[in-house]
Design a protein around this ligand. Sequence first.
Ligand code: ADP
Ligand code: MG
Length: 231
Amino acid sequence: EKRVHEILSSVEDRDDTRLGVEAMDLLDAYGIETPQGDIVDAPADALEVAERIDGDVVMKIVSPDILHKSDIGGVKVGVPNEEVYDAYEDLVTRARNYQPDANIIGVQVQEMVDLDSGVETIVGMNKDPQFGPLLMFGLGGIFVEVLEDTTFRVAPVAESEARAMTEEIDSAPLLRGARGRDPVDVEGVTETIQRLSQLVTDFPAILELDINPLVATPDGVKAVDVRLTVD
Ligand code: ADP
Ligand code: MG
């Protein structure tokens, strides 16, 4: 709780009410697992983080002015250590080209999650003027707007409601292992919905929050990306 307060109040010190992956600690504080990694502000530090991580890494621009990172080429997947320097410079250049006065916090270097065995889901919350905090669960990733396979509940939700959300989307069979694939960790997804429900109930200053994607694999779930708005 203390860490959550710190992160949320650090937002009050700046003009922006929008946060991106620099808010991943919020999720950690509520027991929502995130990939290994860190945010750095120099290429040499990026390499240091990458060398601590097994295998190739993902690198993302971190800026409150760029919350849809892929749209500007701000996400690089599968970067080997020898390309980390160039990737860092390229991400910053792309951000500058997109918006010369963008506030660039740095670059996030992140462990790769296994999308082949996993399903990209979205877990979110939006404050509805009539119903209050509305939790959303659905199929995630970059096609979420296209597919619109989502379901909603008013927070806080009981475990049974959270589980029902994972069962009622059209893509539910994907989670349960369609076409000979192993089922993903649906319990982990259910728990994540509940933990997010708790977070937004504890902190009414959060107006909206999206974990997109929450990657669910047979071995567990990981929140790969987050953005939120506070009032
Ligand atoms: P944004 O939503 O701002 O474009 P994301 O962090 O969600 O940025 O990344 C976009 C996409 O890149 C994800 O939906 C996912 O397909 C892929 N991706 C991001 N991070 C990882 C990761 N750690 N491992 C594997 N794929 C990733
Ligand atoms: Mg995303």
